[in-house]
Design a protein around this ligand. Structure first.
Ligand code: ASP
Length: 327
């Protein structure tokens, strides 16, 4: 029997110590610790890996520090379009939603698809109608608003017009603010990847993964990244569970999350070596930036990233939680 464990991430990107003050660092680490404690509690009470990752990602969506749910980044039209997925490794059951604009917790919509639909992926209005029919809370767009993401979007438009990872964007802002003599957001709000995710192995050895995002800052309307694409930004089977964050297009092209499991299954690699090859070799080879968290059925955990930092943490049942930000 493995020791039940949950790992989470809050996005990767240009997260530097120089751009982070002590208060800001405490805010992030406290938020990560609270989420881990909640996920750990689900597992300690005998809950499934699926329930633990769903609850952890729901809490990360509720926290405005992260680019998912409240606190999501904006599209090039100044709107919000959110993506999420959840997968049960024991059964390969999956639910995902893309481009939702009114669902308070996209991960709960994804979970409802997993639990109550014969389909796997719903998009846009159809996804919202499904969520509403399942009794989930819908919100007005203002619900997602945070001043920090709005300012980051204004900067992204002014500087390049390109889509930026959430945490890279935060660091750019910090650098600009330091030049101007002000305080700053620790992660370049104009280029960081702020997606959130969780992976878990429960006491029965079952695995699950969940991922949720607002996408990349200033993305084109209708753009869908890796997060709701099964095998790209989220994947779980009976070998590994994986949740990714980063430049979504490259994670789709490398089928990154699935590849972690596939290399273990077909090439006999360890969890750590498989994840390392994906993050440090395959993704960079096509310009992919970001990281992932992964767990196998023995309860091993790995958290590789090829950026300056990644908000991340691990909690084993019966042990203290651990969180990290930088490399
Ligand atoms: N992977 C996400 C996307 O491309 C962005 C992120 O991780 O921050 O939509």
């Amino acid at each position: 029997m493995p020791q039940a464990v949950i790992a989470i991430h809050g996005g990767a990107g240009t997260i530097t110590r120089a751009a982070m003050d002590a208060n800001r660092e405490r805010e992030y680490t406290t938020a990560l610790e609270q989420v881990l404690l909640a996920g750990q509690r689900v597992l300690a009470d005998g809950g499934s890996a699926l329930d633990a990752v769903t609850e952890a990602v729901r809490l990360l969506e509720e926290c405005p520090l992260f680019n998912a749910g409240r606190g999501a980044v904006l599209t090039n039209a100044g709107t919000y379009e959110l993506d999420a997925a959840v997968m049960n490794g024991a059964t390969l059951d999956t639910g995902a939603v893309a481009c939702v604009k009114r669902v308070r917790n996209p991960v709960l919509a994804a979970r409802a698809v997993l639990d109550h639909s014969e389909h796997v992926l719903f998009a846009a209005e159809g996804a919202e109608a499904f969520a509403e029919a399942q009794g989930l809370e819908l919100v007005a767009p203002e619900y997602y608003f945070t001043q920090a993401r709005h300012d980051q979007w204004v900067r992204a438009r002014a500087s390049s017009g390109m889509a930026l990872l959430d945490h890279d964007a935060a660091t750019l802002a910090a650098q600009a603010a330091q030049v101007a003599g002000g305080a700053a957001d620790p992660i370049d709000p104009d280029s960081k990847f702020g997606t959130v995710g969780a992976v878990a192995c429960d006491a029965a050895g079952n695995l699950a993964a969940a991922t949720s995002t607002g996408g990349v800052t200033n993305k084109q309307v209708g753009r869908v990244g890796d997060t709701p694409i099964v095998g790209a930004g989220c994947y779980a089977d009976d070998v590994a569970a994986v949740s990714a964050t980063g430049t979504g297009e490259m994670f789709i092209r490398t089928v990154a999350a699935y590849d972690v499991s596939a290399q273990m299954r077909y090439a006999g690699l360890s969890l750590e070596e498989s994840a390392r090859r994906v993050v440090m070799e395959k993704l960079p080879a096509i310009g992919g930036r970001g990281g992932l968290i992964a767990v196998d059925r023995a309860g091993n955990v790995t958290l590789p990233f090829n950026t300056e930092g990644m908000y991340r943490g691990v909690a084993r049942v019966g042990e203290p939680v651990n969180v990290w930000i930088y490399g």
